[in-house]
Design a protein around this ligand. Structure first.
Ligand code: WT7
Length: 650
């Protein structure tokens, strides 16, 4: 429960200079829920609109009459907001600060003027290649400036981008291309992370041999490492060749606020990843406003978010939020432990980073190496720290606060999701006392509530399932190509509410403590993996009859992937086969889905109607066989006994 001793009160010196004091937060929060249209109408003025919206929200979560629209008659272009409008005042300001994997290579600052020119050249090239408003473009790139340029170039011409994380394997790329019928793919010869090369172009080639991908007409290839790659003419075109000679001016597409901006695939509890669709106006208002408020942004900040643009954090808080705000954002190609475990802190010193936003999994990993790699660096430029992606354990929070931040920098623990477009629950550092492990209070306009399994609203101090009772501008609008699935997934469980899939506790002070997913989604190092996806990959193997996958507590990753596998009759378990199956999943989905444990299961615990009892499998994986709970509905209790014995025998 909440321990008063572990409250970190707002630092008065920080509050004195911050955008929101306690009073301001309370006043504006009250206004934002009393008069949402008044509030969000005012906030929308932070953007440049070709046509300002006269209508603010038009939302109904009523299943019979469902709609989510914000600023529906407004017109704007996202790239104009991220680039053109800064040119007069901030043309020479650094927009992106590119820090390469190899620390001995010079960092590359890119000004707003230069970024604008690069975006226009690529946008013109895309138009020449026949890409038009509404077409889908898949981006499969490492963390290099071209990834940002590609996203903004799509936004400029109204193409819908779908960024696929570089850690995904050809099958996953192919699924994502097929689902949205992409016309064009932008990739690079190779990626480079921690000195290791990743064969991105070869992965795209393999993906495009798979069924369902023949919508792709063109592949643009960035020369990055300079490796020799197969170029299949006329499909494959070098990036530098297609942008050569293109004009540095490009007429932006006039977009309606509700026109799609991007699709980003994310795992759910069932089936294949869903294409989360975000639109233009509401998303940009929300991403830019939260970025400014939560990170207490100032003109001279050097802001660093360590996420990859392949995830929503990279979309909202490396690209769209910071650039719409005219900020300087660091783009980091590398990893925290290369060339050594001081890399993050060295980069902070090298570029005088003031705001640092990372994931609990990275903090836990670095914490294992002790204080010395941190303490030998200065970090005096830092003034605000942030975390995202999973609950942060109080021990890691304290280390981040005491050692990384030298006890000087508030930490914003920001809770949100791919679906939410931006941060929903977070402290504002000048306004809200911190409690290690709590994402604290709702952001402006956000109305969280807790419900029990039957949907009954819980008041006061309580623990239950987290829902949102009202919309916010950054909310996803649909699952691309499957609106029924959107409504089914998020609005059917607790009618009238958006269901987050997270469990949560609210303490006596009204603070929210996210406890983790309550559905069949595993949060591995802040990345969502659907148990169903890993299971489907396993059963594709000819020797596997059945598989069940659950999450289990993992010291570094937060949660690990635990797979139970039943082999087909006549196949015997072996260490070799275990390795083969683990490698198989990596190959099918990508390294991020690598099972941490694979246990042979002669049988799986099922109800008499044949449903796998995952609750029991979770407890066995957790090594808590004494907490199996009610097992009376099991069809064959001996199955559990044998799984427990096998687990304990390890
Ligand atoms: C899930 C969303 C939002 C960007 C990164 C992940 C978990 C996220 C926190 C936090 C506790 C968190 C939730 C959520 N999560 N941030 N600060 N505290 N849990 O995006 O892949 O869509 O995953 O991540 O379980 O539902 P995502």
């Amino acid at each position: 429960m909440s321990n008063p001793a572990s409250v970190h009160p707002v630092d008065p010196a920080f509050a004195a200079q911050s955008r929101y004091t306690r009073e301001e937060y309370e006043r504006q929060y009250a206004e934002s829920v009393r008069d949402p249209d008044g509030f969000w109408g005012r906030i929308a003025q932070r953007l440049d609109w070709f046509k300002p919206p006269s209508k603010i929200s038009n939302v109904s979560y009523d299943l019979g009459d469902f709609r989510i629209k914000w600023y529906e008659d407004g017109e704007l272009n996202v790239s104009v907001n991220c680039l053109d409008r800064h040119l007069a005042e901030r043309g020479d300001k650094t927009a992106l600060l590119f820090e390469r994997d190899d620390p001995n290579q010079p960092a590359e600052p890119i000004t707003y003027r230069e970024l604008h020119a690069r975006v226009c050249r690529l946008a013109n090239a895309l138009r020449n290649l026949g890409v038009a408003k509404g077409d889908r473009v898949t981006i499969y790139l490492p963390m290099i400036p071209e990834a940002v340029v590609a996203m903004l170039a799509c936004a400029r011409i109204g193409a819908i981008h779908s960024v696929v994380f570089g850690g995904f394997a050809p099958n996953s790329i192919a699924d994502r291309i097929a689902d949205c019928a992409s016309k064009l793919v932008i990739t690079s010869d190779e990626g480079l992370r921690g000195g290791k090369k990743i064969a991105l172009k070869a992965n795209v080639d393999a993906a495009l041999k798979l069924p369902g991908t023949n919508s792709v007409e063109t592949v643009i290839v960035v020369r990055h490492t300079g490796a020799a790659v197969d170029m299949q003419m006329p499909r494959d075109r070098w990036y530098d060749v297609v942008v050569e000679g293109q004009s540095e001016q490009c007429e932006p597409e006039r977009m309606n606020a509700e026109d799609p901006l991007f699709i980003l695939y994310t795992s759910g509890s069932t089936g294949k990843p869903k294409g989360v669709l975000h639109t233009t106006g509401g998303y940009l208002v929300y991403a830019s406003f939260t970025h400014e408020a939560v990170f207490d942004l100032r003109e001279d900040d050097v802001y660093w978010c360590t996420a990859d643009v392949g995830w929503v954090t990279g979309h909202s808080y490396i690209v769209y939020g910071p650039l719409a705000n005219g900020a300087t954002a660091l783009v980091f190609e590398g990893v925290p432990n290369y060339p050594d475990v001081s890399r993050f802190w060295n980069v902070i010193d090298k570029h005088n980073v003031t705001i640092f936003y990372t994931a609990p999994t990275a903090i836990r990993a670095l914490m294992r190496d002790g204080d010395e790699p941190v303490k030998k660096t200065s970090r005096k430029s830092l003034r605000l720290l942030g975390t995202v992606g999973e609950p942060i354990n109080p021990e890691a929070w304290r280390w981040y606060y005491d050692v990384v931040g030298d006890g000087r920098c508030p930490i914003v623990d920001t809770w949100w999701q791919t679906e939410t477009g931006g941060i929903l629950i977070t402290p504002l550092a000048g306004a809200i006392d911190l409690k290690p492990g709590s994402a604290t209070k709702p952001f402006f306009g956000v109305q969280p509530a807790l419900v029990d399994a039957n949907g009954k609203l819980l008041e006061g101090e309580a623990e239950g399932n987290l829902v949102l009772t009202a919309s916010w501008p950054g909310q996803m609008r649909t699952v691309y190509g499957d609106h029924a699935r959107f409504i089914e997934t998020y609005f059917k469980t607790y009618p009238g509410n958006y269901f987050t899939g997270d469990g949560c506790r609210r303490d006596a002070d009204g603070y929210y403590w996210i406890t983790g997913r309550v559905d069949d989604v595993i949060n591995v190092s802040g990345h969502r993996i659907g148990t169903a996806e890993v299971e489907s990959a396993l059963v594709l193997h000819p020797k596997v009859a059945e598989a069940a996958v659950v999450g289990f507590p993992h010291d570094l990753k937060g949660q690990g992937i635990y797979a139970y596998v039943t082999l087909i009759a006549g196949e015997a378990p072996s260490e070799e086969l275990r390795k083969e199956l683990v490698a198989w999943v990596r190959k099918e989905i990508g390294p991020i889905a690598t099972p941490d444990h694979l246990q042979w299961a002669p049988g799986l615990p099922k109800t008499r109607s044949g449903k796998i009892m995952r609750r029991i499998l979770r407890k066995i994986a957790e090594n808590a066989p004494d907490q199996l709970g009610d097992t009376s509905t099991l069809a064959d209790p001996s199955v559990v006994e044998s799984l427990v014995n096998e687990r304990l025998g390890k």
